[in-house]
Design a protein around this ligand. Sequence first.
Ligand code: PBG
Length: 333
Amino acid sequence: MAFPNQRKRINRASHAIRNLVAETTLHPHDFVAPIFIQGGTDIKSEIPSMPGYFRYSLDRVMTEIQELVALGIQSVLLFIKEDDDKKDNTGAYAANPNGLMQQAIRAIKAQFPELLVMTDVALDPYSSYGHDGIVDIEKEEIVNDASVKALVKMALSHVEAGADWVAPSDMMDGRIGAIRDAFNTNGYAHKGILAFSAKYASALYGPFRDALDSAPGFGNKKTYQMDPRNRKEGINEAYLDEGEGADMLMVKPGSFYLDVVRDLSEASNLPIAVYQVSGEYAMIKAASEKGWLNEQDIMMESLIAFKRAGAKIILTYFAKEVTKHLIKNYPNS
Ligand code: PBG
């Protein structure tokens, strides 16, 4: 046999052949753009640990969403930063029909009826303790079942305001089933649930907590978010959420958890989403600002990795940047 009879470089020889054999591609439809909203008017405030990413007042966020929609991004995930006087230890304000989140949903859906609007469901923006659930302060414990009740009310208020999907990020046990039941019995059976199934207690959420001023007031989130040492537990969480009625499963953070993305994509036939979180964005931005890495190349490589690992949907702070890049470079990217 002539040496070598398999020349792998033949399939790498040009843009055209590389594109033809590429197993993984990115498209603007793959992305969900997280959006940070705050009170007030005429505010566009850069988050110091997330260069190029902003918190908007409701009036200004419309222009940003307009831009995303024009680029072909079809879906957003809304987060809000409430004023301190709205925070307590009951999560009651989270379900207020006139809260900032509910106002934002109504305003955005009114202007962009086709846009898929997802909302974050967790108590941390409303918690005086910065936790995702209700706190038993004497025991310093996050109380599961009472928190689920508050989360159900919160989720209902979002779909009542017009949200298409809710995305519970709180990691309380049983919340997906409780929200699904409440949707079914209140006329919202058609609404979607994106379960943050394998959400790890990660140090990568720091910049997000800066953005929303939501760092835990005491302790950490390790009694509800998952231990980074565990892989099978992620699969277990995913099966539970699927059984409870989730429509899509998510792994979070992304880059450090690609094994879990692969596992979930093999374990479940639901679409798998992955969240490239604030710390991942911050690392890429910081190294690029220093000139140590090429931002666009790293952005593309990090996002392709999610697809290759088995994710269908990518939540990323790069949504706008990557979409612009794809449009500019297609078909030679
Ligand atoms: C809170 C929530 C967090 C993120 C999304 N929802 C932070 C946390 O769990 O403390 C992190 C997102 C990011 O870092 O980009 N429910």
